[in-house]
Write a new protein. Structure first.
Ligand SMILES: [Zn+2]
Length: 274
């Protein structure tokens, strides 16, 4: 089980007075015994034979019950860590860290709108090349940024213009204007949307042989420090409800957030479909 989930279980057991050790995420015989004792207290909530599960499965069972106690859907309680438990874990971490549950995934699906017919970035990237031309050819358009944007890794550098592909220029300009009109300068700064991770980059996808959408200058990265490639919505900050308008503005123009669509690389938004 994930270390953070073990800490949740340990903290729960300490609250019940069943575990005296530190909530440090480490396995121990004392922890195993406490998990069993906690499960034995609530036979009505357990699957049949639950107390005879392996120690590992008992621990996951208790974790699932803790999620349910907090009102987080985690059925069936079976001691197996599958996608439902992973989703429950991420919601629980969000609740513990920020005091509120995240909006339900299904409440706010990414939009299918694609008014400019952005090409799909799939397979051999033929559609990307047909629409945008060869990769790594340099940006051909430029958009003025309506708020004070700074380079994420060198905040003393103010970005007044974003160099992009000419074909996304008008769309990018509309998104930035709309977002600025909605949030205003102070709120954009508070939301860390004044931290820019770049647009054009003549490189391949990380860990792959195909081109990054940045190589066509049709992708932008925002607040990369808190929305790193491998962070899911349990850790990335750009999934919070405060950013709903932000994402809806991009999606109305057909741009795709990898975070909202695939739950990784939350910094990244692109004028290319999946
Ligand atoms: Zn990116």
């Amino acid at each position: 089980m994930l270390k953070r989930a073990v800490i949740v279980v340990q903290t729960h057991l300490k609250g019940l007075g069943l575990f005296q050790g530190n909530a440090d995420g480490a396995a121990s015989p004392a922890l195993e015994a406490a998990v069993l004792a906690a499960l034995q207290r609530r036979p009505g909530d357990m699957p049949s034979g639950g107390t005879t599960f392996s120690a590992k499965r008992r621990e996951v069972t208790l974790f699932q019950l803790i999620c349910k106690d907090k009102g987080i859907d985690c059925d069936p309680v079976d001691g197996f860590w599958g996608p439902v438990t992973q989703e429950a874990y991420e919601r629980l971490v969000h609740l513990l860290d920020r005091g509120t549950l995240p909006p339900l995934w299904r409440d706010d699906e990414p939009s299918d709108a694609n008014p400019h017919s952005w090409p799909r970035d799939t397979g051999n990237q033929a559609a990307m090349k047909a629409f945008y031309g060869p990769p790594a050819a340099g940006p051909t358009g430029r958009v003025q940024v309506p708020w004070k944007l700074r380079l994420a890794w060198d905040k003393s550098q103010v970005i007044k213009h974003i160099s992009c592909h000419a074909k996304v220029e008008a769309s990018l300009d509309r998104v930035l204007q709309k977002v600025h009109a909605h949030y205003g300068d102070a709120e954009l700064k508070r939301l860390r949307l004044d931290l820019f991770g770049g647009c054009y980059a003549p490189r391949k996808k990380r860990g792959g042989s195909t081109w990054s959408t940045h190589a066509w200058a049709v992708a932008l990265d925002w607040d990369p420090e808190r929305n790193q490639l491998k962070m899911g919505r349990d850790r990335a900050t750009l999934d919070a409800r405060d950013y709903d308008f932000w994402w809806h503005a991009w999606e109305a123009e057909g741009w795709v957030s990898l975070g909202r669509s695939r739950n990784f690389d939350w910094m990244h938004v692109q004028a290319a479909r999946l």
